[in-house]
Ligand binder design. Structure first.
Ligand code: GLU
Length: 308
């Protein structure tokens, strides 16, 4: 396994906005995109748009078109060509194979319910982790797994924290990343990545064969991203991303997690809430500057979005 590399400090500033076309963009997305774009401009750097469309069942072409339309309307410009993850599945698959060769992955055949039951039964992990259930498994006996495989049962690939610790030794718990923003508990500066925070996370999904985590770290490196600017809701995943970067010998960008724009009810925006899509606000007569004021990037009294 190759030695760890860090992003060369002389690299030109590059950041990205990486939406999934599983719905129309809302005010929360607008904030992320505008913040990343402003940071790139300030640093005379690159602004990259990446379409994270590996979930082929939920992604729709009209949402992707909507992304381009909304971002242009906001006045953003991005590098061409736009990278679409659905065109890179072979690359993610090869990375998955590399990790298999390192012996840090295992097949998980459990359904959601079985997973919850196993967590409760084993007393390890937790049901309400920062990114879903935290599972430390590998509990299926070899023969049973072989039988399931032979029967064609679907499975996900999970990364085993224990196997990573065996492979990397003490380094597995000493990896760090630099946070220029803040995590949910104010974490900032040099942060020690907690390899076990998400448990044995799924990095190859049952349905698509890949995962957001795997594709994102590969593409951040492939696109020369030096600064990842995104919502604080993804902060816990950064711990796993750091581990994946080490395993795959990828550089670690600087992270800048920002707080989330909240709705009038104090809740974060969801794709299911049509009233706050940029499309709906535009139709209601909002201008791009109204959006900037609403997300706090422009001073002045903000308009209120319509009720859901
Ligand atoms: N596609 C992810 C999302 O929309 C991107 C998160 C990230 O910026 O890494 O949440």
């Amino acid at each position: 396994m190759a030695k760890h590399r860090t992003q060369p400090s002389a690299a030109r500033f590059a950041t990205r906005f990486a939406p999934s076309p599983t719905g129309y963009l809302h005010l929360g997305h607008a904030y992320s995109a505008l913040a990343a774009f402003a940071a790139a401009q300030e640093a005379s750097g690159r602004f990259i748009l990446r379409i994270e469309d590996t979930d082929l069942t939920r992604c729709r072409p009209e949402y992707e078109t909507g992304i381009y339309h909304d971002l242009s309307w906001l006045g953003l410009a991005w590098e061409a060509p736009v990278l679409r993850q659905s065109e890179r599945l072979n690359i993610y698959r090869r990375a998955l194979e590399r990790l298999q060769d390192f012996g840090v992955l295992y097949r998980c055949f459990l359904s959601r319910q079985e997973l919850s039951a196993a967590i409760v039964r084993d007393g390890r992990g937790r049901l309400d982790g920062p990114d879903g259930p935290v599972f430390f498994g590998g509990s299926l006996p070899e023969a049973e797994a072989a039988a399931k495989l032979a029967a064609g049962a679907p499975f996900a690939w999970r990364v085993s924290v224990e196997a990573c610790r065996r492979l990397l030794g003490a380094e597995a718990d000493a990896l760090t990343f630099h946070e220029e923003g803040a995590g949910p508990d104010g974490e900032t500066g040099e942060i020690v990545a907690d390899a076990a925070l998400l448990g044995d996370a799924v990095i190859g999904r049952k349905d698509t064969g890949v995962s957001y985590h795997l594709a994102a770290v590969i593409d951040d490196a492939a696109q020369g991203v030096t600064h990842v600017i995104r919502g604080v809701d993804v902060f816990p995943s950064t711990h796993l991303h750091r581990l994946l970067q080490r395993l795959l010998d990828l550089p670690t960008p600087v992270y800048r997690h920002h707080s989330l724009v909240l709705g009038r009810d104090g809740r974060r925006f969801a794709k299911s809430d049509g009233s706050v899509t940029l499309q709906a606000l535009r139709a209601a007569g909002w201008t791009p500057d109204d959006v900037r004021r609403r997300v706090g990037l422009l001073p002045g009294p903000a308009k209120e979005e319509p009720h859901p």
